[in-house]
Design a protein around this ligand. Structure first.
Ligand code: ATP
Length: 302
């Protein structure tokens, strides 16, 4: 049987006395997009860098395409998006991409990639004169130009404008269609929800949730509205059908769960009217990945 794209079991990474990754276990499937989410400092970059062979683990096992991450064989098979670029400052964008493509036996067309990522007009611009977002797109192009089997993308769309973000998403979808495995980290929940086949949420260096976006958010719908903070939810609950739940999170934002149908909707609006409360932005929605993320990882800043 073909080995998974990435298989991590009981991974531990320490920096001095601090434990950044604390027994992380996850499997990223071949040909799928796996998104690793987690608050700042959760251990995402440490994990990715261990998979890329840039850092050593202090415990546990990591297999990338069935091999040790340090294996030389992986260099030609794995694409890595470097945050700092690793590009000589005076190197024009097109020349860099062409140079990187020559390391591969079957590269993608550098010109097509430049076009896809909106860099065609900047092909002659030295790397140091590209904007931050353009440099980032060039790093993304360089990670995939060698037609790798697996790509690691650490926050590929951080700081990109909406157009560039959509172009990046299109590229990731094209990679998946071509059978490439993609492992990415992101702080954008909508990005994970749109792109990922599998989402792994990590917190304090451990996986706290793992599954498809739909399985994590569930099928249940919620009724949401905004109103003045501090409504008496016990009183509201007493009026709702049995089995309902109500919470205020954050202040002034109300979420009602249960059998969300006409009866519940009518009861909530009637109760609000009786209280003299206007329910703003009333909507019926499924839980979002952001809801799940905040429930699992809390609201404290890291
Ligand atoms: N080289 C290092 N030396 C010491 N501590 C480090 C080093 N790299 C990371 N850490 C610490 O390890 C923890 C995990 O960092 P890591 O960069 O893996 O988190 P992350 O999930 O990628 O965070 P972010 O979302 O902010 O990028 C943090 O507390 C960080 O301060």
């Amino acid at each position: 049987m073909e080995s998974p794209a990435v298989e991590i079991a009981g991974l531990v990474k320490r920096y001095g006395r601090a434990t950044a990754v604390d027994g992380l276990t996850l499997t990223a499937r071949r040909g799928a997009v796996t998104a690793i989410l987690g608050p700042n400092g959760a251990g995402k970059t440490s994990t990715i860098e261990i998979c890329e062979g840039f850092r050593r683990a202090d415990g546990g096992t990591v297999r990338v395409l069935g091999l040790d991450p340090a294996s030389r064989e992986l260099r030609a098979r794995v694409g890595v998006m470097l945050q700092s670029g690793g590009v000589p400052p005076a190197m024009p964008a097109r020349e860099w991409l062409r140079l990187v493509s020559r390391f591969s036996a079957r590269p993608l067309d550098p010109e097509a990639l430049l076009g896809l990522l909106g860099l065609a007009e900047h092909g002659r611009t030295p790397y140091r004169r590209l904007s931050g977002g353009q440099q980032q797109r060039l790093s993304l192009a360089a990670a995939v130009v060698g037609r790798p089997e697996l790509v690691f993308l650490d926050e590929p769309t951080a700081g990109l404008d909406p157009q560039a973000r959509h172009a990046c998403w299109d590229l990731v979808r094209e990679l998946r269609t071509a059978g490439v495995s993609v492992v990415l980290t992101t702080h954008y929940m909508d990005e994970a929800e749109r792109l990922a086949d599998q989402v792994v949420i990590i917190d304090h260096g451990r996986a706290v949730a793992d599954g498809s976006p739909a399985s994590l958010t569930g099928a249940e719908r919620q009724l949401r509205f905004r109103a003045r903070p501090g409504l008496d939810l016990d009183e509201l609950l007493a009026a709702l059908p049995a089995g309902s739940a109500a919470k205020e999170s954050p202040a002034g934002h109300y979420i009602i769960e249960g059998q969300v149908g006409p009866e519940l909707l009518a009861t909530v609006t009637a109760w609000c009217a009786a209280e003299g409360v206007t329910a703003d932005d009333l909507s019926i929605e499924r839980r979002t990945l952001e809801d799940v993320f905040l429930e699992l990882t809390g609201r404290e800043l890291r």
